[in-house]
Design a protein around this ligand. Structure first.
Ligand code: ADP
Ligand code: ZN
Length: 193
């Protein structure tokens, strides 16, 4: 059997909106920099919440990132000597779930540490298909939680609101927005649209 390069691994940071996924990703990348390892970060082009080209947590810490339209573009931009690849907001990618899986596996098989952050569930509380696959194969999975804005319990779901009402089930899956559109809610307070 061919021995794969050492160091290759997949880490997934998942959870609902405001659970601190981007903060945790930025924390890990800060450590990568302290360890003087080479890193490249990527972010889907459709995440327009903030200036494209940066990973930004809600508290304003930022790391430079390359916007990509498809996961396969990572190979176009990847520099020699890079040891760590970060992908924020993975659920925003339009690629077929199996393409995402194959690409991320290929990066890890090359010996890269791939750190992924993304929503595990959409606003209907259904799994995002690409994230589900990555959760299954990752060496490390961290599921973070936010605080339910209704009752203060740990929140695992992202409730999308339209004019103060839960968005209907058939609303589009991806709508980019912040506090005015999405609320973190626990299982008990989550309302199906
Ligand atoms: P994510 O990437 O998971 O959406 P961020 O890392 O961008 O999350 O932001 C997490 C931050 O959001 C928290 O540190 C906190 O300051 C803020 N925040 C806003 N609303 C909530 C909430 N309901 N529960 C927890 N944190 C919240
Ligand atoms: Zn609640």
């Amino acid at each position: 059997m061919t021995r794969l390069s050492s160091g290759g691994r997949i880490e997934v940071i998942c959870g609902c909106m405001y659970s601190g996924k981007t903060e945790e990703l930025i924390r890990r990348l800060h450590h990568v920099k302290i360890a003087r390892q080479q890193l490249q970060a990527f972010t889907p082009k459709r995440d327009t919440r903030y200036a494209t080209g940066n990973l930004v947590s809600h508290n304003g810490v930022r790391i430079e990132a390359q916007p990509i339209g498809s996961i396969t573009e990572v190979f176009d931009y990847l520099h020699d000597g890079v040891q760590v690849v970060a992908l924020d907001e993975l659920h925003f990618l339009d690629d077929e779930p199996d393409v995402v899986l194959t690409t991320v596996q290929a990066l890890a098989d090359r010996g890269l540490r791939v750190i992924i952050a993304g929503l595990d569930q959409n606003f209907r509380a259904k799994p995002f298909p690409a994230m589900s696959r990555l959760l299954a194969v990752a060496e490390q999975v961290d599921k973070l939680f936010a605080i339910c804005v209704r009752c203060g319990a740990y929140a695992t779901r992202s409730q999308r609101m339209i004019d103060g009402r839960p968005a209907p089930f058939d609303a589009p899956t991806i709508v980019v927005g912040g506090l005015e559109l999405y609320e973190a809610r626990c299982r008990a307070c989550y309302e199906a649209g």
